[in-house]
Design a protein around this ligand. Structure first.
Ligand code: UDP
Ligand code: MG
Length: 167
């Protein structure tokens, strides 16, 4: 079954110049990239993305991490991969959440670490299941930023909205 999944190259991945390595590893999946951009995550976006962890003691540090406050790289690279069994394939290439437990050949196993405060700096986010993938893709991407139609859309007329366009 064709699926879409959200990948984020987290600020530690960018700081360690791992973008090329990570994209090369993900290309083993033979999936298609259907959306890609650099994003400076707002606190609201970060908190919405990690809403399921809001009661964890590491939540405030996790928000600072994904916003790039810890690595002085205030951006992530956001990608949508699409194709047969995309969710499982990307999770397998990424490895488990704890980088010390992840297979050493996986992205997180090869490049992740645990900080002295206990945070898992695991260089990538990869959607865990279909429900997460849909929720996360809709959080990070607008419909017109993805080159295939993944989910139902609607047209709205919003003439009052201020917009920045090329001069
Ligand atoms: N995390 C952490 N310690 C934990 C669990 C999670 O530092 O005990 C961080 C880690 O960076 C992880 C993120 O919180 O990637 C989101 O956690 P989740 O359980 O959703 O794992 P994931 O889906 O990223 O594998
Ligand atoms: Mg998760």
């Amino acid at each position: 079954m064709n699926q879409a999944t959200l990948i984020l190259i987290k600020p530690d991945g960018l700081k360690k110049s791992l973008t090329g390595n990570i994209l090369t590893r993900l290309s083993e999946s033979k999936l298609e990239i259907v959306g890609a951009k650099i994003v400076r995550a707002s606190k609201e976006l970060a908190e919405a993305h990690y809403a399921h962890l809001k009661d964890k003691p590491f939540f405030p540090e996790l928000i600072r991490y994904i916003q790039g406050e810890i690595h002085n790289r205030k951006k992530v690279m956001a990608l949508v991969y699409w194709g047969e069994d995309a969710i499982l394939k990307c999770r397998q290439l990424a490895g488990t959440t704890n980088p010390e437990e992840a297979e050493s050949t996986s992205i997180r196993g090869a490049y992740g670490r645990i900080t002295t405060s206990g945070l898992f700096e695991n260089v990538v986010h990869v959607s865990a299941n279909a429900a997460d993938a849909e929720r996360e893709i809709k959080l990070w991407f607008k419909p017109q930023e993805i080159i295939v139609k993944l989910y139902p859309t609607q047209e709205i007329i919003n003439e009052q909205k201020k917009a920045i366009v090329w001069a």
